[in-house]
Design a protein around this ligand. Structure first.
Ligand SMILES: Cc1cc2nc3c(=O)[nH]c(=O)nc-3n(C[C@H](O)[C@H](O)[C@H](O)COP(=O)(O)O)c2cc1C
Length: 189
């Protein structure tokens, strides 16, 4: 079987982002048959319909193409003011403007995690994110859910995820995601 390509998207632009570190950790924990490529959001302009009218910006087109080429998308989401961070929502808004057949979230398997320094680990952002993405037709993996709370206690100074229970559930999520992608490919060939 060919390797499943996962495109990882981090909703934080911070170089030392816990969510970015969690994505890297997930990449290392993926089963043999999966690989992770991270797609940065730094180059996307703020959504503006006037810009869109002139043609999709190159950075948006490039990101869409990368997402569309993936067997699955893996989103790591910080929680900003109880909801989706601006960079992540901005990305969703841009790629949602592609016409049917090109919109990269449609019937795409998606796994989600969130990492925050707060006690809830992003419970609120995850439900807002799932609600928003469901309108775009994603096939989101529901379980296991991963909320990395008190993130500053779970990564070392180099940004490496060191918390054993979190590493274990992240590995379980990647195995479940692999199975989910295979099943969704059969259901939506
Ligand atoms: C504008 C802003 C709003 C925030 N709002 C929340 C919040 O609602 N809930 C929460 O748990 N943490 C909140 N935080 C703290 C983040 O969890 C923390 O900054 C975290 O490290 C961000 O993720 P990152 O490490 O991937 O950048 C907020 C941080 C910022 C900068």
């Amino acid at each position: 079987m060919t390797k499943l390509k996962i495109v990882g998207i981090c909703g934080s632009l911070r170089a030392k982002s816990f969510n970015l570190s969690a994505l890297h950790a997930a990449g290392n924990l993926m089963p043999e048959g999966m690989s992770l490529e991270i797609a940065p959001l730094h180059d996307l302009p703020m959504y503006n319909a006037d810009l869109q009218e002139k043609g999709m910006p190159e950075s948006v087109q490039k990101l869409r193409d990368h997402m569309a080429s993936a067997d699955g998308l893996f989103i790591s989401a910080p929680e900003f003011n109880w909801t989706i961070s601006a960079p992540l929502k901005n990305m969703i808004d841009w790629v949602s403007r592609f016409p049917a057949g090109q919109q990269p979230f449609f019937q795409k398997p998606v796994a989600i995690l969130s990492a925050t320094m707060g006690p809830l680990g992003g419970a609120r952002v995850q439900y807002d994110l799932r609600r928003s993405l469901s309108g775009l037709g994603v096939l989101d993996l529901v379980k296991p859910e991963i909320f990395i709370n008190n993130a500053h206690t779970k990564f070392d100074a180099t940004g490496k995820l060191t918390d054993e229970p979190t590493l274990k559930i992240l590995q379980e999520q990647m195995v479940a995601f692999q199975d989910w992608i295979v099943r969704m490919k059969r259901a939506y060939p």
